[in-house]
Design a protein around this ligand. Sequence first.
Ligand SMILES: [Zn+2]
Ligand SMILES: [Zn+2]
Length: 274
Amino acid sequence: MSKKKPRPIPVPAATIPGLIDAHTHLASCAGEPAALVARAVAAGVDKLCTVGDGLAEARMALESARELEGVFAACAIHPTRAGQLDAAARAELTGMVADPACVAVGETGLDTYWITHDPEGTADLETQEEALRWHIDLAVSAGKALMIHNREADAELLRVLADSPTPVHTILHCFSSPLDVAREATDRGYTLSFAGNVTFRRNEELREAARLVPAEQILIETDAPYMTPEPFRGSRNEPSLIGHTALCIAQVRGVDVEELAGVLSRNFDRVYGL
Ligand SMILES: [Zn+2]
Ligand SMILES: [Zn+2]
């Protein structure tokens, strides 16, 4: 009787045609990229952006983007690992970002959560900020979108973005900040990308942000293998599960999910320069 209930095996929502996944990590999900993409396609996903957040992962992301239909790459060094951004890494990333298969510089940004929880294993804030500024300059010079990771660093991030050159598009991935940050970010023209945590019962304020963001500034993502949407929270995530997040956002915005998918697809193309 006291046995813990096993976690359900996640299944996609009913197939929703024309879906996108603006930020995922194919290299970190369970299985081969081709199989993950095939399952996503079966769930209606047309296009996805896979993120390499270290040099090895960025190489894999580019390889998937070159080989698989509808797959695009983003390349950068994650803020928590910003100490790895040495001269050789900068040279290699500059080459990767010039590749047509790479549509964004990211994920870069600021993360104070891991500085607090794992100070030994995490780059300090000064190192993170210096790396962020380098990635911003790279996005600007390459003419590609900037994809931002922000964990508990709202004020610092808004300050750095405001006093830096402006990339063609700035995406705040896995947007999880309060409403005033959502308003400031959309006023500045940034794109907010919502992940599975928008479906979590307690995240009412996040759903309000998803309701308020202008239609041309919204994206959705799995951030797989993390952030699995309800009703499968806690299980392993993958791009085929994006439909659950799409259904939640369509509901809060009061639109059909097919209509939302069309809006998101056009935003994906514009932001990633397709
Ligand atoms: Zn992130
Ligand atoms: Zn990510």
